[in-house]
Design a binder for this molecule. Structure first.
Ligand code: PLP
Length: 437
């Protein structure tokens, strides 16, 4: 295959992608339990239009060539696979490998779908990208894509998150995006979604609501999955260079928030029954601590309609979306993508959890044994991998999606857990100096 053909192949209906293509109405699986597009009537034609334009784009050679070129020259793809020899030796079991999405431009996998969404928006003649953000990671990646495409960008963010994630607010502003505070209710992610949605309803003709994961109404769960699937298609090829022709990892692991980095890694392997797939959710303070202490949607949720899709959802006693917690702000969401909901019921993916404590331990373990500081989100997948690797034979291979780097988490980790890991908090190590004018 020529280079170009290879790049295109992953957006084709290859057998792997076809195994998880939703029905045309956006429902996944034979019994159509999850997915769909539950939107207000005025938005129905708009969503249909996005779906139609995406169906055209994904077989348009120019669109695919533009995307392939940006992946290579802008994101820095392919991201390498790295063998954690020190860590594997220390654990004394299976070999742990990382798919290094943390090395992408902007520091995580999110740029993979943001560039795709921005390219599609440009192709559709839209002039503005709009989205919500929690911790600011999706906002930064989208603001980056918008700057590149020379489009307007508006990011809605809860007032509380703005205060908490100030460096990301500054990044977005420097990149030319307008950051709009959501000031009502809990002033956090859910309110940011409401606020962005309201702004989008004002002029959906000229804007694309660029959703940040494999969630929301059809076609977003499918489209974001397709843009992320490059991760697994690359990994499949790279792994054969490592382990020999036809060889695949024994187990793939990825953290699950909305579900896009995990589907990104898993999709290329869905049709290979020899590869075990494990999604790791946040157990936070512990699953037994109850509502508000974890964010284990697939483990403890029930099917419901949330943010335009039917999916597993954590509900409170009133039947509303529950409050959730995780040390990783990219994972604290009471819903999850419809494809994951389907894959759980189909038992193709196994869903497990990791507690905050196990995650902090994995965060330091990788930092100190390999010199790689992981995002707290990614450290969930690593924590579970470390747990099972110990009891597996040395010739088994685990591939963990390192979805992002931990730069954003340094203060949080050191403030809360520094003393357990020998990081001083006295004197000049007390914390960052406030700059005066
Ligand atoms: C946002 C984020 C996640 C969670 O999102 P998914 O859609 O579940 O992938 C995971 N890792 C990092 C680094 C993130 O920024």
């Amino acid at each position: 295959m020529s280079e170009e053909k290879k790049e295109d192949a992953h957006l084709d209906n290859s057998s792997a992608l076809a195994t998880s293509l939703p029905h045309p109405d956006g429902f996944f699986g034979a019994d159509k339990t999850y997915g769909g597009a539950f939107v207000p009537p005025p938005l129905e034609p708009i969503m249909k239009n996005v779906a139609e334009e995406y169906e055209k784009a994904k077989i348009d050679p120019q669109f695919l060539a533009d995307l392939a070129n940006l992946r290579k020259t802008y994101i820095g793809r392919p991201s390498p696979i790295y063998h954690c020899q020190n860590l594997s030796k220390k654990l004394g079991g299976a070999q742990i490998y990382l798919k290094r999405e943390d090395l992408n431009h902007t520091g995580s996998h999110k740029i993979n779908h943001c560039l795709g969404e921005a390219l599609l928006a440009r192709q559709m003649g839209k002039t503005k990208l709009i989205a919500e953000t929690g911790a600011g990671q999706h906002g930064v990646a989208l603001a980056t894509a918008a700057a590149l495409m020379q489009m307007e960008c508006e990011i809605h963010m809860g007032e509380i998150d703005i205060k908490k994630e100030w460096p990301n607010v500054r990044r977005m502003q420097i990149l030319g995006a307008k950051v709009v505070p959501a000031t009502h209710g809990g002033k956090s992610l859910k309110e940011a979604v409401d606020s962005a949605f309201q702004a989008y309803m004002g002029d959906p003709e000229h804007m694309l609501f660029a959703i940040g994961s494999t969630v929301g109404p059809h076609p977003f769960p499918m489209m974001v999955r397709d843009f992320q699937a490059i991760v697994g298609f690359e990994a499949k090829e790279q792994f054969q260079e490592i382990a020999g022709p036809g060889k695949a990892p024994d187990i793939l692991l990825a953290c699950v928030g909305g579900g896009c980095n995990s589907l990104g890694l898993f999709t290329a392997f869905l049709d290979d029954p020899n590869v075990k797939l494990i999604g790791v959710e946040p157990a936070g303070h512990g699953l037994d601590k109850g509502e508000g202490h974890h964010s284990a949607t697939l483990t403890l949720g029930k099917p419901a309609v949330l943010h335009g899709m039917k999916c597993y959802t954590l509900l409170n006693s009133q039947g509303d979306p529950a409050s959730v917690h995780s040390c990783a702000s990219g994972l604290d969401y009471p819903g999850v993508g419809p494809e994951h909901s389907f894959l759980k019921d189909a038992a193709r993916v196994q869903y497990e959890t990791a507690t905050d404590e196990e995650v902090i331990d994995a965060f330091f373990e990788l930092s100190r044994s390999e010199g790689i500081i992981p995002a707290l989100e990614s450290a969930h997948a690593l924590a579970y991998a470390m747990k099972i690797a110990k009891d597996m034979p040395e010739d088994k291979k685990l591939l963990v999606n390192m979805s992002g780097r931990g730069d954003k988490d340094l203060d949080y980790v050191c403030d809360l857990h520094g003393d357990q890991y020998g990081i001083g908090k006295e004197g000049i190590f007390a914390g960052p100096t406030k700059h005066s004018k």
